[in-house]
Design a protein around this ligand. Sequence first.
Ligand code: ATP
Ligand code: MG
Length: 451
Amino acid sequence: MNAILISIGDELVLGQTIDTNSAWLSQQLAAIGCGVLEHITIPDDQSQIERAITNSISRCQIILITGGLGPTADDLTRQAIAAALGTPLVLNEPWLDNMKQFFARRKRPMPQTNSIQAMIPTGARIIWNNHGTAAGIDADPVSPLFPSPSASFGTMGEGEGLSSVPQKPATSQPCRLFAVPGVPKEMKGMFADYILPILRPLSSGAVILSSTLHTYSLGESAIAELLGDLMDRTRNPSVGTTVSGGVVSLRINARFSTLQEAQRQLAATVEQCRHRLRSLIYGQDDQTLASVVADLLLHPPTHFGPGPLIVATAESCTGGLLAKMLTDIPGSSAYFHQGWITYSNDAKIKMLSVDSQLLAAHGAVSEPVVAAMAQSARQNAAAHFALAISGIAGPTGGTPEKPVGTVCIALASGTSTEASTHLFPGDREVIRDRSAKTALNLLRLQLLKLH
Ligand code: ATP
Ligand code: MG
């Protein structure tokens, strides 16, 4: 079984919205063994939509359209489907009633323009939408090359009348078309509730399951060297790497004929990667450095005492970015109570009692100063740990001794304070981002030692 995905919307073609629908749908289809032949992205233009549908009918078994089912003049998907199918639109009374109730519940009159959303091509079935007024469409298009009266999966809907078209050769595959709204939440719900149960029993191809492991601190080639033969191009499951925001991620794809085998093989390769990279791997799939640190702080080993561990921050060049990352996680108040942004030397002296002589002797970007900042922050906040960052984010302020990108980071705990100096390449934004992430990673490694 294979599919073509058609995403519709001016905003997609203009680059204002990224087509996340096709990415999500491709993953869902891969997991049930349905290959995706193409992603087609087109604007809200009826003739282009029509052409995309007619061109796809003879080339795949499933056409999955998202977008353009709204009530406004720029929503033309239903008209284009009707034209491509060569059937007029008809009123679907149950959906019209449902829309009227939808507006009645909100104590608003239904605008006349919404009634177009109850029109579907003759012979097609409605896909119920529990989150909005745009119903989906489930239709059986007929290939212009090999038309067939029974070119459909499943049962034929009420009023279907395509018997006047010539027969499709027995060897050609029937095609089924699904159209759902572009709103990601509505699209996902309708795919899971309606489309997936239809497609799953039809799947016969290889199942592709994927997982991603994230590492921080080493570059892509160093990670590849450690992975060695696991990255062999002919290997299944395959292991590939991508880099984004300083994070090197391992993308593992398992392609097998059954779901069970794919699950088993994927888990085995994930384990092998973990074994080779150990603590270089900080997380899997949706996990971030901050979410992993949060988890470790919230669940310390029992011998460490009850309750979450507390971390405080003292930041200079990152201007609160580290505190932001720590508090991006819901429930962060359990492990983060306060932080300091001490951008000037004066602030470091006044708020964190950093010795002015220390600043004069070593400069604000130095290991002794970040160590002092971390120790004070830990004490003032009565925290288990404190992280301090001071660096030169640029573009100005660098010297031959301390060029732009020089960043000192310290981690203070109850027993010791460790400070280190880093040189991050990149612009101001990148340097600040890597500084905060490196600090989080230092804390993560320290917390792992407790376990
Ligand atoms: P309807 O949902 O009524 O069928 P539509 O999907 O075209 O029509 P819009 O108002 O154009 O409705 O889009 C709704 C929201 O969904 C917008 O924020 C749009 O950017 C988003 N959206 C549409 N298509 C996609 C897509 N392929 N990927 C991600 N977001 C999308
Ligand atoms: Mg749209």
